[in-house]
Design a protein around this ligand. Sequence first.
Ligand code: NAD
Length: 417
Amino acid sequence: MGAFFSRTQNDLIAASREIGISKPLLTKLLKHDNVLEFMLPVSRANGTTEMVKGYRLQHDNTLGPYKGGLRYHQDVTLDEVKALSLLMTLKNAVIDIPFGGGKGGIKIDPKLLSSDQLEELTREFTAQLAKYIGPDVDVPAPDVNTTPQIMSWIVDEYNKIPNGRTKLNHHAVVTGKPVADGGSEGRTEATGYGGTYALLAVLKHLKMKPKGLSVAIQGFGNVGQYAAECLQQNGFKVIAVSDSKGGIYSPKGLPAASILAKYKAEKGRVLGFEKTKEISSAELLTLPVDILVPAALESVIDEKNASKIKAKIILEMANGPTTDTADKILQKRKILVIPDVLANSGGVATSYFEWYQNVQHVKWTREDVLEKLKEKMEKAADEVFALHKKYKVAMRKAAFMSALLRIQRVRKEASLQ
Ligand code: NAD
């Protein structure tokens, strides 16, 4: 226990050494501003009440209100939310949005709850959280097993509570809401599209053209599907995709992502799509492709398969798809890894656009959102790539350095240590 957070702290220390971050700032960032723990009642069908643990970790708010998801999962631990909230501080700083880092969740398997129980639990959590969150304080969002509907319940409950802070802007208390309830156009595709924009920016530096580059994508959910769509629109050839039931492969290129998505929606899997070869999700990782996109689970690239990967570039759309040992092997093999904190930050960038539209009382079109997203992703990718070149470090370390430099600059300007 404690491994994930201490690993993240070690990465932070290693990045800070490269650029000489001040000791007081590093000491601050190795800890959390606030660690909030709650006990929440869940009424069971047999009439008993069980108490479950809820968390909200507020890591650092140098750049703005704490921001990060709430996950509902039986494996949520304090160590996990500590690490994830620190990573949110860095992700928000890399993509240059005015938010600090936070994360939270409830240790429960929501699949065991009825919709009424889920709503009751969410409202109770919101009631306890209300005095610690708000549009200008801490802005939660969806994460594992939390949906736009859950965000709507939070807005509604937050607005009922007398000490809810800013009634006028109460919708901005969370992001990831349904579009009809203050959500943003373009949020659904933002993470997949954003990763593609970051990849395009990196390819420009490498003087590589996307046309015809082959891609394999592990995971065909929200992120994988829209990454495939945007990659295809930009001339890449997606030759393999997979989901939890298995994968499909066609060296000549798969049909449009929207056609595959329609098939998956009907059958519940991509497997069996006409004129494709069946492959396992593990085989997909070692296919002869130019670009590999893990877009499903954590730790899928490990010490067993890292030496067999044939892609020249890995675009980490999932959170934490590469283990530490694998990372070292990939670095030795000169495989360029575009790290998760950069590659999948399109989601939180668009959360910022949602919050901005809420507090400004404006509504942007999908085109507006995607154009602004592209600008943000390109700028962040350019900055990280420049540090990667200048300091001769992996892009993962460069992304941490980019975040640290931004936070340090803002604190200096505000005369903070
Ligand atoms: P999702 O639930 O929509 O999709 C996950 C996909 O992974 C599904 O297609 C599922 O079938 C597939 N999958 C599960 N097990 C698999 C396996 N063994 N092999 C291949 N595929 C498998 O989730 P998502 O929103 O697309 O998120 C995917 C990843 O991206 C997660 O790591 C998530 O944390 C990360 N992420 C998502 C967002 C976002 O905006 N959705 C933002 C940042 C990071």
